[in-house]
Design a protein around this ligand. Sequence first.
Ligand code: PRP
Length: 217
Amino acid sequence: MVSESQLTLALSKGRILEETLPLLARVGIVPEEDPASSRRLILGTSRPSVRLIIVRPTDVPTYVLHGGADLGVTGKDILMEQSGSILYEPLDLRIGRCRLVLAGREGRGQAGAQPRVATKYVAATRAFFAARGQQVDVIKLYGSMELAPLVGLADWIVDLVDTGNTLRANGLVPLETLMEISARLVVNPASWKTKHASVRALVAALAEVVEAERGVQ
Ligand code: PRP
């Protein structure tokens, strides 16, 4: 029998975590402490060969790329912005689903010749407008993008929308969808080779759970 490799799995703190834990539980991986309340950053699991590290979503690709973790779970929005990386992305987990949208003030669809667009998603925004051949000034922000059009910092924003409540609460409306977003499983390319059997078994088990979920949706 081939022995199981030790695997470190980097999970994103926050919204995605709540949806990731039930998926892991269904493949027999349950953290020894609740990551939402524990202050520990490395957690053992019910499966002795698997441990979890809990990091910011934006840091997941870095940990996985540099071998601090063998696998990771993070949003497509984050992977898109770090497009230089060479992570394997074998599975769409179909959790953390939302949309990346262009939004603006209600009734103010028109902007000037070179609109200003505030966003955390600079690469995706540039790609979107470049594909349309439209010149824009992209203003990088790190959060609360909805504020920018309200105080005249920008004409439009590009941001994630889930329920639409944040846009509505700030008098903004979605104008266009840039893309559908969901959380992805990413794998360190070296781990994919050196821990092939264990990594592939985990990817396959998660893929089965995702497929079963799709069936009931
Ligand atoms: C995200 C996003 C929006 C909000 C959309 O922010 O940037 O502000 O959620 O959700 P809704 O459509 O359900 O209202 P998040 O709370 O993740 O914080 P952030 O600003 O730090 O990204």
